[in-house]
Ligand binder design. Structure first.
Ligand code: MG
Length: 406
């Protein structure tokens, strides 16, 4: 390994209990209380919970009914994605003050490549401290936990060790000893099954995994996973930051209280979701090269389908057309639909040159109608107008998207 890679060049930053923290920021009377963001309904799930709620055993992705049982006194707040998106953009803007190399992982988490910023800001730890402070002042009081290390894996593990408001530095060359006492579940690629297998072999810490060596792991887990875990356990991770917008996607999804059975209902939701995704794409000034559909059936089978949009799009009617064609390829075997989601991925800057003549006239017209909706909504507040109805009936539906201006 070269000296260049042996410096503190990667920072992983992760907001603390993000959605819950934003709720407390906007309503300080919630501070110190067990707060759960999500719907306390029979089929709801916990989106995020405050640290006070976590002390009762509540955690993200837990069914709401379980959370209600564990913490009956919890205060519930419905998720406000738009507001979280707003704060997320503030935080991302802070990241970019320190380096152009930002790889967003989710709405509240990113890797930062700081190799080129070290001199300017006086070193990695100084960058981490300044970043925490600026996130706090820019958002009006939110905390972020930061890990600093020589590679992505170590930085990610480090940021999680001292939450909330943590700052953990793994000095170059000390990755292996830093990881050694930690449980195997912290290794990327170790899910419940692999964890059980490793435990049955007497391996419970990352240090145990490092000690037995690659050959042993390869024989038990297959050579690919064995090698992967052997490297990680010794703190070696050669992955580069992916700061390309390709890595990002913009999505929306919803779990329904009752499984949807009727095609009309399903298409109605897909239409609304398409508008939501398209409007976010336009807000972010990007277009999606890929449209993805996620469907979960009543029996919890999750299917995803994707299709390339040519040209890349930020138009709701186009996203809907593609999502509908994807939905038609899903075999539900007679089951209802429990969850639907749409994502735009493979994001390209909206100002990226588009080959002349590629644009279909209908699509361009859709684009200008939707941009008009954006600008009116911007003036009058969100939701002041929407498209009356994009498609009039299932009949017309099949002949291709039609537009009706609001
Ligand atoms: Mg977080």
């Amino acid at each position: 390994m070269t000296d260049r890679q042996r410096e503190l060049s990667v920072l992983h930053a992760d907001m603390d209990a993000f959605f819950a923290a934003v709720e407390v920021l906007d309503d300080p009377s919630l501070r110190g209380l067990p707060l759960i963001v999500g719907h306390p309904s029979p089929r709801g799930v916990v989106s995020t919970s405050s640290y006070e709620a976590r002390s009762f055993g509540v955690h993200s992705a837990m069914p709401s009914v379980v959370a209600m049982r564990r913490c009956p006194q919890a205060i519930w707040r419905p998720p406000r994605q738009q507001r979280y998106g707003e704060v997320s953009r503030q935080v991302r803007e802070v990241f970019h003050r320190f380096t152009p190399e930002v790889e967003p992982i989710s709405v509240d988490e990113a890797f930062l490549g700081i190799g080129g910023s070290l001199q300017l800001f006086g070193g990695a730890v100084a960058i981490a401290r300044a970043l925490k402070k600026e996130v706090m002042t820019t958002t009006g009081g939110l905390t972020i936990s930061v890990g600093v290390a020589e590679n992505k894996f170590l930085a990610k593990v480090a940021s999680d060790l001292d939450k909330p408001d943590g700052l953990t530095v793994v000095p170059p060359g000390e990755g292996e000893s830093f990881l050694a006492p930690l449980p195997i579940r912290r290794l990327w690629g170790v899910g419940p099954r692999t964890a059980d297998l490793l435990t049955s072999l007497g391996l419970t810490t990352i240090g145990d995994v490092a000690r037995v060596g690659e050959d042993f792991l390869g024989r038990r887990l297959g050579s690919k996973l064995g090698q992967h875990l052997s490297f990680l356990s010794r703190g070696i991770d050669g992955r580069q930051l992916n700061t390309d917008r390709e890595a990002r996607s913009i999505s929306t999804e919803r779990t329904f209280t009752h499984d949807l059975k009727k095609r009309d209902q399903i298409l109605d939701y897909l239409r609304r979701a398409s508008e939501e995704v398209a409007s976010s794409l336009r807000k972010e000034k990007v277009r999606a090269r890929t449209v993805r559909l996620k469907v979960r059936s009543g029996s919890f089978r999750t299917l995803t389908r994707s299709v390339t949009s040519d040209p890349p799009t930020d138009v709701a009617t186009e996203i809907f057309r593609l999502a509908r064609s994807l939905f038609d390829r899903v075999d539900l075997a007679g089951e209802g639909v429990r969850l639907l989601g749409i994502a735009g991925a493979g994001l390209l800057g909206g100002d990226a040159p588009i080959q002349e003549g590629l644009f279909d006239e209908g699509i361009e017209r859709g684009r200008s109608v939707e941009k008009l909706i954006d600008s009116v909504n911007l003036m009058g507040g969100e939701g002041s107008i929407g498209r009356a109805r994009i498609l009039r009936s299932e009949e017309q539906d099949r002949s291709g998207p039609r537009l009706s201006a609001p």
